[in-house]
Every structure is written in structure tokens, then in C-alpha cells.
Ligand binder design. Structure first.
Ligand code: ZN
Length: 147
């Protein structure tokens, strides 16, 4: 099912810190599937749950960018001091493209839609997308990040 995407830098749902998911059940699995479908339909590389109106800690990443697609209660456990700039867009901020400074690489610990914990090392585009989506879970948008 395609979900409606929340738009706008002052939209309150995009500005709230998202809450931890306590139980991974069939509702969460359905939500993850719908989020992937919605992201693909809109040609996005990532989508966080508050972007579709749910204030919970889950995001999805396109399979072209990541071998794992669903990230629940994610936590960055290592992050490089080295940074790089690249241009980013956001499905919640149509037609806005900004140069954002991100860490070059990181390691994330998270849980998939089946409740299995995994760790993933990321660099380049995947590292940037993960940082972008983590920002969403904390109510931060790219327009806040301009250096
Ligand atoms: Zn975004």
C-alpha cells in the first residue's frame, strides 16, 4: 500500500523525536513493506516512519543502496571523524537539494522486520543515507544541517 508522505520543514510530526518500537509484530512487518513500496514509488533512497505520519523508530533504505532494507530501533555504534560533503534531497522537502556534511563511514546496530539483530558497516552513499534517516528519527531535517 502506498502511504501519504508528510511534507514541510515546519510539519510537527517531522520535528518530534520518534519513539522506540517495543514489539516487532505483523503490523510492523506490514508497515515496513508499505514504507518500501512508498519509497520506491517516489524514487527515494530512504524513508523514515515519521515521514508517513508514524512517530516510531524505523526506517527503510532502497535495495540499490543497501543489502539490508529495514532498520528498527537503529543505533550508530561507531562513526568516523572524517567527513565529506554531498548533495542531498528529501521526500518531505520537495525540490530542496542541499550540500550536507556527513561522516564518511559508520557502524550501525539495529533489528530487522523479523526481530533479528544485525550490525552493518557503511561508507559513502549508504553512510550518508543512514545519517539522513537517523536525523529524521530525531526530528532533524536537511535544512537544519547546512554547513
Ligand atoms: Zn529525508
Amino acid at each position: 500500500m502506498i502511504l501519504k508522505i508528510e511534507i514541510g520543514q515546519n510539519n510537527p510530526i517531522l520535528r518530534k523525536k520518534s519513539l522506540e518500537i517495543k514489539e516487532i509484530n505483523s503490523d510492523i512487518q506490514k508497515l515496513a513493506n508499505d514504507m518500501i513500496e512508498t519509497m520506491n514509488k517516489n524514487n527515494g533512497v530512504g524513508l523514515a516512519a515519521n515521514q508517513i505520519g508514524k512517530n516510531i523508530r524505523i526506517f527503510v533504505i532502497a535495495k540499490e543502496v543497501s543489502k539490508k532494507q529495514v532498520f528498527i530501533n537503529p543505533e550508530i555504534i561507531k562513526i568516523s571523524n572524517k567527513t565529506e560533503n554531498s548533495e542531498e534531497g528529501c521526500l518531505s522537502l520537495p525540490n530542496v537539494f542541499l550540500k550536507i556534511k556527513r561522516a564518511k563511514s559508520l557502524k550501525i546496530k539495529t533489528v530487522d522486520e523479523h526481530g533479528n539483530e544485525f550490525k552493518l558497516k557503511a561508507k559513502g552513499l549508504l553512510a550518508h543515507v543512514i545519517q539522513h534517516e537517523m536525523d529524521h528519527l530525531n526530528g532533524i531535517l536537511i535544512c537544519d544541517n547546512v554547513k
